[in-house]
Structures are given as structure tokens and as C-alpha cells.
Design a protein around this ligand. Structure first.
Ligand code: PCA
Length: 201
């Protein structure tokens, strides 16, 4: 059976929870399509998140890596097209606040996702779940882990398929901040399972 490493993030900023943490804990150990899933939660830390992700890749030896992150304010599931070689953003959970810094001094400017992002969006829309390709993963931790993963796959010459999907907030987060659109966790989970199934198309 093929192996999929599915990562999410711990809560960050003033968000009391992170729906991606729930999803990866729920799907850890399950089989979806032809993939055995290993779910892991990453810290929100410019110094640690990418190294931990790459350690999990060593441990799991996955065929595919899908990383998930919360995009509070977005009201669609958004597979990311591209990761850029920039760290810049608000303070992370350890107090790091990089400004205009490269992720990798010698790395290329950007990497494209190697996930079937168009098929994912089409599958979601066919199932009545709002979705679109996003052309920016930002410059915070989500972009950081997507770039770092794709850079590592390229450098090592592996054919690991990898990329990133941003998800909307949960109802719980909307209760805390009514300006943020929220979805039921089960719907976000269904959406991610649909995305995983497109890997078999
Ligand atoms: N979302 C953040 C980092 C952690 C998360 O879940 C981001 O979009 O960069």
C-alpha cells in the first residue's frame, strides 16, 4: 500500500484551535483510497517546523506528502500552486519574527506544488464543496514548510509528490471571532479525504 504523510499545525496567533490538528489526528492510521495515512502535527516555529517535517519524511518514507494549514478568513478549500523562498511574517509561537529572509540562501525563488491541484479543486466542486487554486501560500509557516518540502524532494532527487492545502476556520473559531467564516470540522475532513482520493485518478 502507498504511504501518505499528512501534516497539520498546532494553534497559532490568537486562534484557540487549529482545524488541521483535528484532521490529521483523526485521519492518522486510516486508509483513504490507496494510501495508508500517517498524521503528524507541526509546531508554528520558523526554526523548527521544516526540520520536523523532514524528520517525519525520513521516518515514514511516504510516496506523497500533503501539508495542511489554517487560512482564517478564506471561505474555500485552497490547494496552493506555489511556495516562494521568503520567510516574513508576524511572530511565531516561539517569538521568531523574520523580515524578508530567504528560507534557503541557495534555493530557487519558488517551487510549484507537485500535487494534482486542478483535479482536487474539480473533485471538491463536483461534490458541492467550495474550492479554488490559491496562487499564494503567504510568507508564514505554511509557505515555509511547503517550500522546504519541495526543496528537499528536489535536492534528494526523490519523486515524492508534495504540496500544501489551506483550509477555512472551524465553527469553533467563528464562535471566538464572528468575522471569520467557519465550516464544520467534518466537512473540512471530507474535503481532505476527497483531495487524497484524487491522487489515485
Ligand atoms: N496556518 C499558518 C501557519 C499555521 C497554520 O495553520 C499559515 O497559513 O502560514
Amino acid at each position: 500500500m502507498k504511504k501518505l504523510l499528512l501534516t497539520g499545525f498546532e494553534p497559532f496567533l490568537d486562534h484557540g484551535s487549529n482545524p488541521t490538528e483535528y484532521i490529521v489526528r483523526t485521519l492518522d492510521g486510516r486508509v483513504v483510497g490507496s494510501f495508508q495515512i500517517t498524521g503528524r502535527v507541526l509546531p508554528v516555529d520558523f526554526e523548527r517546523s521544516a526540520d520536523l517535517l523532514l524528520n517525519y519524511v525520513e521516518e515514514v518514507q511516504p510516496d506523497t506528502v500533503i501539508s495542511l494549514g489554517l487560512a482564517a478568513g478564506r471561505a474555500k478549500i485552497t490547494p496552493e500552486r506555489v511556495a516562494i523562498n521568503v520567510n516574513d511574517g508576524v511572530r511565531d509561537n516561539s517569538g521568531n519574527k523574520p523580515v524578508d529572509a530567504p528560507i534557503n540562501q541557495n534555493g530557487p525563488d519558488a517551487y510549484f506544488s507537485t500535487l494534482p491541484i486542478r483535479n482536487m479543486v474539480n473533485a471538491l466542486l463536483e461534490n458541492g464543496i467550495p474550492a479554488e487554486i490559491s496562487n499564494t501560500a503567504g510568507t508564514y509557516l505554511c509557505n515555509n514548510v511547503m517550500y522546504s518540502m519541495l526543496h528537499s524532494a528536489k535536492e534528494r532527487g526523490t519523486n515524492i509528490q508534495a504540496g500544501f492545502i489551506h483550509v477555512p476556520a472551524s465553527f469553533e473559531l467563528t464562535m471566538q471571532n464572528p468575522k471569520i467564516p467557519g465550516w464544520p470540522l467534518e466537512t473540512i475532513q471530507d474535503a481532505i479525504e476527497l483531495c487524497i482520493k484524487t491522487l489515485d485518478e
